[in-house]
Design a protein. Structure first.
Lengths: 179, 192
């Protein structure tokens, strides 16, 4: 997923001043990465769309406080992750996380070789997907993930390892490694 | 032989693995293979094609922004009306407050004028001889005071602006002080 996430400073300045065209410019520049982040965390595409909307409303409200420290995408990404995780919490999907994870735990060996990474990833629980995507793709630290999720750092680490073990099982029809 | 768990592999990848795990990954082909597979999975995840949002959400975002802005403008307008009403109230109250201040000042200046009248009575030297210049100055001052008294008697205190009335009384007090000064000087001169 390679997208240009650089926007001109003048666009940011105009957006800070409340210019509607500039705000739309920011929306157009970041709607796809925000949607992708949300889509990897939320199961339903409609939820991801809602996250896009909520993220940009927050961006509009708070852009005056953005001081230009760090990349704008980093700032928007934090908001998007927060909104996506909030949606997960709000819908109490975590309660069914374990069920989803375990239900999909034993796919037939014959399809293990065929399943592609995206499908395997889609089979992970909401929390596991969120941790893998935020840590390994978006570059969040475990500390940041723990803070966003309201959990501990060790929870984030164990979720990541567990998710990778599960991805491996889904992708490779081989006996699991272990001590 | 004991191999690395996924926790070990992820920790080694993130630079947090134990000494044993790091060394083992270097020495064990199976675990090195697992580590490579981990890197590949992550690289593939990073390379998955971007998903495009199925619907354009900007019109909804824009509508919310526009609605919030017009709501804010209405709040400002209401605030403006309140401010205008407060200002109008102040404009009504201020003259009343000033009116009271003028009335106090007028009472003070009238009292001062009455005290000077008393002083003039004490130094009434009309029956005594004055120099020509003194007589002339005294006459001028008395004429001016008479003229002022005429204007004051013509002014209805209600109709007159308070500030103007106070000003006329102040002028009268100044003239009276001057007149008293002339008479005090004369009294000292004649040894009274």
């Amino acid at each position: 997923m390679t997208l240009s996430l650089t926007v001109p400073d003048i666009l940011v300045a105009r957006a800070k001043a409340g210019d509607l065209e500039a705000l739309e410019g920011l929306f157009r520049a970041f709607e796809t990465p925000v949607y992708n982040l949300a889509r990897r965390i939320c199961r339903a595409p409609e939820d991801a769309e809602d996250v896009v909307q909520e993220t940009f409303l927050e961006v509009v409200k708070s852009i005056r406080h953005y001081r230009g420290e760090g990349h704008l995408w980093g700032w928007i990404r934090q908001i998007a992750a927060s909104k996506a995780l909030m949606r997960l919490r709000r819908e109490k999907l975590r309660a069914t996380d374990e069920l989803i994870d375990e239900a999909a735990g034993s796919p037939p060996a014959s399809i293990g070789a065929r399943i592609d990474l995206e499908r395997a990833f889609a089979q992970l629980s909401e929390t596991s997907r969120a941790v893998v995507w935020l840590h390994d793709v978006e570059g969040f630290t475990h500390e940041e993930i723990a803070e966003q999720m309201g959990r501990t750092v060790s929870f984030s680490k164990s979720q990541l390892a567990r998710a990778h073990a599960r991805l491996r099982r889904l992708l490779v029809a081989e006996p699991e490694v272990g001590r | 032989m004991m191999h690395c768990t996924m926790d070990d592999l992820v920790a080694v990848r993130d630079g947090e693995g134990s000494v044993w795990a790091r060394r083992h990954v270097e020495e064990c082909d199976i675990c090195r293979g697992e580590m490579d597979a981990l890197y590949q999975r992550v690289a593939q995840l990073k390379a998955v094609p971007a998903l495009r949002p199925p619907r354009d959400r900007w019109p909804m975002v824009r509508d919310v922004i526009t609605a919030e802005r017009s709501q804010r403008r209405r709040r400002w307008a209401r605030g403006g009306l309140l401010l205008a009403a407060a200002f109008a109230g102040l404009m009504v109250l201020l003259p009343l407050m000033h009116g009271r201040a003028y009335a106090d000042e007028l009472a003070q200046v009238k009292q001062h004028s009455a005290q000077l009248e008393d002083s003039l009575q004490q130094y009434d030297l009309d029956g005594r001889v004055m120099s020509g210049s003194e007589a002339d100055l005294t006459a001028q001052l008395e004429d001016q005071i008479a003229a002022l008294d005429g204007r004051l008697s013509q002014m209805s205190e209600r109709a007159a602006q308070d500030a103007q009335l106070v000003d006329l009384w102040r002028q009268r007090v100044d003239l009276m002080q001057h007149l008293v000064q002339v008479r005090v000087t004369r009294a000292n001169y004649v040894g009274l």
